[in-house]
Design a protein around this ligand. Sequence first.
Ligand SMILES: *Cc1c(COP(=O)(O)O)cnc(C)c1O
Length: 357
Amino acid sequence: MGRVYNFSAGPSMLPEQVLKEASGEMLDYKGTGMSVMEMSHRSKAYISIIESVEARLRKLMSIPHNYKVLFLQGGAYMQFGMVPMNLMTTNKKADYVNTGGFSKKAITEAKLFGTVNVAASSEDDKFTYIPKDIAFSPDADYVHITSNNTIEGTRYVEFPKTGSVPLVADMSSNILSEEIDVTKFGLIYAGSQKNLGPAGVAIVIVRDNLLGKHPENTPSMLRYSTHAEKGSMFNTPPTYTIYLVGLVLKWLEGLGGVKAIEAVNRKKAQLLYDLIDRSDFYTNHVNKEDRSLMNVIFFTPSEEMDKKFISEAQKCDLYTLKGYRTVGGIRASIYNAMPVEAIEKLVEFMSRFERNK
Ligand SMILES: *Cc1c(COP(=O)(O)O)cnc(C)c1O
């Protein structure tokens, strides 16, 4: 069987070029006589890999010098706990914006460490929009948002202004998909398995003045400052995943960087939303201006028809289109690695399915 177009929300498709490059280097990485998997994380070869991954990310996202880049384990979920553990420490209060399932998980964890004020929520309308003009607490230790809501299909087009209160964002499902200004954030985190590579590492970008605010009894592994001081080498980092993230970043550079992929991502999302908006058969409930570029959610007129759509699509090599269990319907996750041709094929399939229903 050949490769399929995999619309999974994560882990998700990787660029073919990355898989080929990794397989070419599988047995012998650049004359070292071993795979990157087998290498000491303290070896010269590996140090040069992790340094180049960080350098590439800094360049692609224009990360200023006063921000640290950390490679951590435990995924975005670990960050749901690490953020409050390290930052909810001055007034022991933080503002959270509740825009869906992942925001809720972040809120649940933060409540273990202090007072969570849900400054705004779109739960009243099934998370189909992003709240705007929010009044934040001036004495919050930080404000937390989920920049792209993977399950609900919404995203922030403009980030809230929080004044001197640091803005923290879970960017797991849209990091590197469009240009952002890192300086607007105190901390950004993202699990790797959507836009960065395979599962196994979380990237944290943190302004250096937010380091060292943890309480004394915080375990070393759970302090940002530990990893910042040790260049993410306090213990063994997920070496092979980091290497693959590096290959993905190199691929992205080759395409022209974030600005170039943003144009492609807009085009891809537009193709789908245009068809949905033109059709009386497909619907999308998300507020138009808040629509995600990464996770496009739609429904046919019935649950039964959704099921039929998903199984027929699979016969055309269009895989993993089932919506999240709490939302239902159909979800096409179209991260950076999903080529335009795949969207064209999906759009064609959707039109045909509607005609032959
Ligand atoms: C996928 C996802 C997560 C969960 O990430 P893990 O790596 O599984 O911990 C959290 N937040 C968002 C926005 C996601 O898309």
